[in-house]
Design a protein around this ligand. Structure first.
Ligand code: NAP
Length: 330
């Protein structure tokens, strides 16, 4: 008997922590998830919480404690990186399931504490790493199962954007900004998802005037191959990804982290095009998966596993160590 399974008829009731950009996108996506409802929100600036609650038909809580004491089933953490672990620990201690924005924590040590708390509380915890839940990514997995390119041995992915304002939190040392935690974590996901655990991470990069990394290039050896990854905040790059196997290669077209199109080129000359537009802004797919896991009483996603989250953040830890980037308190 599964003690964690919830009534499959009842909608999953969500409480939101933080009311910024990604929280709004999450709210828009939630409208596309059957069997899910946003009921509560808390943000540290009351006017922001009230405006958000009004937009999505939820109740604005006066405090985090009030949100966690309410009858929500799950908490979505949409604050900046440096407070993800703090709110995850609070929500788990209150017995709520937690879907936490990326990066799930700022380093592996912090993430281990969160995962231990999830295990102690017997609650579901998942990092909100959206790409694997998109229709294109799922279709690609299915396609390669029936028409393989062989075992993928190279993942090449990168993204650099030079459009963030100088006062954006991504440049803030205090908010644990930098390209690695903001962008590189996605690429680390792609690498561990196709190549397995990282064994060696070699990094070249630079820190900017605020002390956070503004560009990093990673060459990584994984259990099953090699990854070439880059992320940056001071150059304008492109965002496609390459998965190479002995029988062919896949290009996931930009932006690969919101995947909608892929081209597969086989050694024998065949070309397959996959075209799977996404709906609802894209966060709805991970949310639907999370709700299904709650109904099934699962404590971990079989797709976005705890081990992958740990491997991803360990890669970022290693890259930051090479660049000499230590956040306050580390
Ligand atoms: N999955 C994705 O596609 C995706 C895309 C973009 C961002 N993200 C992730 O989402 C997170 C938020 O990004 P964003 O673009 O939404 O940022 P944002 O627009 O600046 O919103 C951040 C929200 O968190 C609140 N907040 C920040 N620090 C807090 C703290 N210590 N305690 C309580 N509340 C705090 C802010 O409150 P105030 O207004 O009071 O400052 C604001 O409501 C980041 O970790 C980022 O990596 C994910």
């Amino acid at each position: 008997m599964n003690h964690n399974a919830t009534n499959s008829e009842a909608p999953v009731r969500w409480g939101i922590v933080g009311a910024g950009n990604i929280a709004r996108r999450f709210g828009q996506g939630l409208a596309h998830v059957p069997g899910a409802r946003m009921t509560q929100v808390w943000s540290r600036r009351a006017p922001a919480a009230v405006a958000y609650a009004r937009q999505f038909g939820a109740n604005a809580c006066a405090s985090l404690e009030a949100l966690l004491a309410s009858d929500i089933d799950a908490v979505y953490i949409a604050t900046l990186h440096d407070s993800h672990a703090h709110y995850a620990l609070a929500a788990l201690a209150a017995g709520k399931h937690v879907l936490c924005e990326k990066p799930a924590a700022i380093n592996a040590r912090q993430l281990e504490r969160v995962l231990a708390a999830a295990s102690d509380a017997q609650r579901l915890f998942m990092e909100a790493m959206k790409p694997p839940f998109y229709p294109l990514y799922r279709k690609l997995r299915e396609h390669l199962a029936s028409d393989p390119v062989g075992e993928v041995g190279l993942v090449r992915a990168g993204c650099a954007t030079a459009s963030a304002r100088a006062d954006h939190p991504v440049f803030s040392f205090d908010h644990t900004g930098g390209a690695l935690l903001d962008i590189g974590i996605y690429e680390a996901f792609l690498a561990v998802d196709w190549l397995g655990a990282p064994l060696d991470v070699q990094t070249i990069g630079r820190l900017g005037p605020t002390g956070v990394d503004t560009f990093a290039s990673l060459n990584c050896r994984h259990e099953r191959g090699i990854a070439q990854l880059f992320c940056g905040l001071d150059l304008q790059g492109r965002g496609d990804a390459l998965l190479a196997g002995p029988l062919g290669c896949v290009t996931i077209h930009e932006n690969w982290w919101n995947p909608a199109r892929a081209t597969i080129r086989y050694v024998d000359g065949r070309i397959a095009e996959l075209d799977e537009p996404f709906e609802g802004g894209g966060l709805n797919y991970e949310t639907a998966h999370f709700c299904e896991l709650i109904r099934a009483g699962a404590l971990e996603s079989p797709v976005m596993t705890h081990a992958k989250s740990l491997q991803m953040i360990s890669m970022m830890d290693s890259a930051r160590a090479t660049l000499g980037l230590r956040y306050a308190g580390e």
